[in-house]
Ligand binder design. Structure first.
Ligand code: GUN
Length: 301
């Protein structure tokens, strides 16, 4: 049995980062602004701290300014909104990322609504959600699109070229991943089904799909015999589970060892979708800095 071709997200992300760095250098050389990314982290969740630190580090490596805001877990809604409004008003800031999830006493919908849509590099503001939902097939994505979905879409485009007429099953309906991925696939002329925890015969539905995107957050949930032979599998899951050696390991939402025997192409975990998220955040920040200077959208992806 032939094994699926691996979709190397790590290599694609490195290439995208290089193109973003070149775009930053060009913008600054043309007397444009140095793109600035502000991250806001409320509380001390260790995983979120790691993510936020890696975002700041990469922004600096690509020639951008980065502004780190760490707020205590006791921060009130009013205090957080004040920080967001200050960042909205700061001309050195072109991208604002409020790390989710927020502590449960805070209202994340109100916070996302307060972010200037032109600085919303996560693409979570209702204005940008609506722009994506109403984007015509093939029209340019000249507004910020959520980073992980954008990364999935870039990898699929690179691996498959045209996806017109393909059937796609997206497992997961979150605002962060499932719904925006489905919108991007629809824009790419796929026939899209969004599946979720209440879907009947999920395995049978998956077996009809040319493209499966798994974004459930459950380790090894999608089995090899759910995959149509030759299908393309995009695994968005990042789950840490105990390993045989007493340590832990990262696995996706797809049982990779099984699916790799059946699929035509598959993203590994780690090294698949994961590295694309932060690279797309940098891409979005560059685009917003360009727009703030009145420059047209430049597709560097
Ligand atoms: N938490 C997990 N992923 C993300 C993301 O892409 N953006 C934000 N703001 N928070 C997250």
């Amino acid at each position: 049995m032939t094994q699926a071709k691996l979709i190397d997200g790590k290599a694609f992300a490195v290439g995208l980062q290089q193109r973003v760095a070149a775009g930053v250098a060009r913008l600054v050389a043309e007397r444009g602004p140095k793109p600035g990314l502000a991250t806001v982290l409320v509380g001390d969740d260790p995983a979120s701290q790691v993510y936020v630190r890696s975002k700041g580090k990469l922004a600096a490596e690509l020639g951008m300014a980065s502004f780190d805001h760490r707020l205590p877990s006791t921060t009130t809604q009013a205090e957080l909104l004040t920080v967001v409004r200050q960042l909205n008003a700061d001309p050195a800031v072109h991208g604002i990322l409020v790390q989710l999830p927020l502590p449960s006493h805070l209202d994340s919908a109100e916070v996302l609504l307060a972010i200037d849509p032109a600085k919303d590099v996560d693409g979570f503001h209702p204005m940008n959600v609506g722009r994506l939902a109403s984007a015509a097939p093939g029209a340019p994505l000249d507004f910020p699109v959520p980073c992980t979905p954008l990364g999935c879409s870039m990898l699929l485009q690179d691996a498959l070229g045209s996806m017109a007429g393909s059937t796609a099953v997206v497992i997961g309906r979150s605002n962060l991943v499932g719904r925006p991925v489905a919108q991007l696939l629809l824009r790419a002329d796929c026939t899209v089904t969004i599946a979720h925890s209440k879907t009947k015969d999920l395995a049978g539905l998956c077996r009809t799909a040319d493209i499966v995107v798994a974004a459930i957050g459950r380790p090894n949930f999608v089995r090899g015999d759910w995959i149509k032979p030759g299908a393309t599998v995009i695994d968005v899951g990042i789950n840490r589970i105990p390993a045989d050696n007493g340590k832990t390991k990262l696995v996706g939402d797809v049982a990779f060892d099984e699916a790799v025997q059946v699929a035509g192409r598959i993203t590994p975990v780690p090294g698949g979708v994961g590295p694309m998220t932060v690279a797309c955040l940098m891409y979005n920040t560059l685009q917003e800095a360009r727009r703030s200077a009145g420059l047209p959208f430049a597709a560097v992806a």
